[in-house]
Design a protein around this ligand. Structure first.
Ligand code: FES
Length: 355
């Protein structure tokens, strides 16, 4: 049965558009756009110039804030603490960097918004629905509209705005560039060697248990356990202990020699005792979990998993290369010793890493 919806509609009156829907018979009729009202800056050239100066002022303030950021970074002591209400005691450097960078970015955004609201064209254009793929006519039309928009925005004509915008956008990235200084000096050859470099075949270095602080004999390392070791002579009281242990730390496992798949790895060990770097090759977390059945060591940070029975090959996770292995043997008294450094740098990859 044919049914005209408008018959059931009350004689509604759309107050917002002043349209009597019952009269027109189409409740969804396009009310069209309200008449365009020119802004003050559209009809008053002095108002437009004032708006132009305001926009430029914001871009200039952005530039000054960026200069302030760099000056703060260069001149304020990183340890300086100041009292700022209502924040309380804060780092003067952090406060200055945050404020200046915030002002620099805010002024660029605020300037762009003010420019769009006061000087760019504010004619509303209905966007008709159309197939997603545009035909050539539409594309040409878009290009034409873009050119018109660019012309109406005054981007080419209002050189003061354009130039100050370019200036502020060019300066803002400098804030990020100066922060690169915090990366510190290049490591050069410091990462190539660990504390084990002092070990020589004629002057071996004993492996000391990190928990008991005692040198270890081969019989102290039992199958299924994970033991952590440091080089003889490295003491917690040493000034550079943290720096050194981050490179020197070892983990020792004992695996039945017939279960060791990698012959090279077996040769570097002693009777199935293998000494690997404890420092994960992803981003350097200390590895601390060992699964004795599979001989897998797991890094708790991002779950990189290394097969210690197969040259500490990476079998899962983001680590880029196997854990370096330290060649060990025993001295005349039966203590486990190293006779040289690792063959490769320990820890994560870095630019100058040989391989
Ligand atoms: S640091 Fe070990 S997996 Fe990321």
């Amino acid at each position: 049965m044919s049914h005209d919806m408008s018959e059931n509609l009350p004689e509604a009156h759309d107050a917002s558009h002043g349209t009597d829907v019952a009269t027109h018979g189409d409740p969804f009729a396009d009310p069209g756009l309200p008449a365009h009202e020119p802004r003050r800056t559209d009809i008053d050239e002095r108002a437009a110039q004032r708006a132009e100066r305001q926009v430029s002022l914001m871009f200039v303030v952005s530039m000054l804030a960026t200069v302030g950021f760099i000056a703060s970074y260069a001149s304020i002591d990183a340890d300086k603490i100041v009292y700022i209400f209502p924040l309380g005691h804060v780092s003067a450097l952090n406060f200055a960097l945050g404020m200046t960078l915030g002002v620099a970015l805010f002024c660029i955004g605020a300037g762009a918004v003010h420019w769009a609201r006061t000087l760019m064209s504010d004619h509303e254009l209905p966007a008709e629905r159309h197939p997603i793929e545009a035909d050539d006519d539409v594309r040409n039309d878009v290009i034409e509209q873009f050119k018109t928009g660019a012309a109406e925005s005054g981007f080419g004509r209002r050189k003061l705005i354009r130039n100050t915008l370019f200036g502020s956008l060019a300066l803002v990235p400098l804030s990020g560039v100066v922060l690169l200084r915090d990366l510190g000096p290049l490591p050069e050859k410091k990462l190539l060697h660990t504390g084990w470099v002092e070990a020589e075949p004629s002057k071996p270095l004993r492996l000391v248990n990190m928990n008991t602080d005692q040198p270890m004999k081969a019989e102290d390392i039992v199958q299924g356990s994970l033991t952590f070791a440091k080089p003889e002579g490295l003491e917690e009281s040493d000034e550079d202990f943290q720096q050194q242990i981050a490179k020197d730390a070892l983990m020792l496992v004992r695996i039945a020699p017939e279960d060791i798949k990698d012959a090279k790895s077996r040769d570097k060990g002693f009777e199935g005792i293998l000494a690997y770097s404890k420092i994960c090759t992803h981003v350097g977390c200390p590895i601390s979990l060992y699964e004795q059945q599979t001989h897998h060591a797991l890094c708790p940070c991002h779950q990189s998993t290394f097969d210690l029975a197969d040259g500490a090959r990476v079998i899962f996770g983001p680590a880029g290369h196997p854990l370096p292995q330290l060649k060990i043997t025993t001295d005349e008294q039966g203590f486990l010793v190293a006779t040289g450094d690792f063959d490769e740098p320990v820890g994560p990859s870095y630019w100058e890493r040989p391989r």
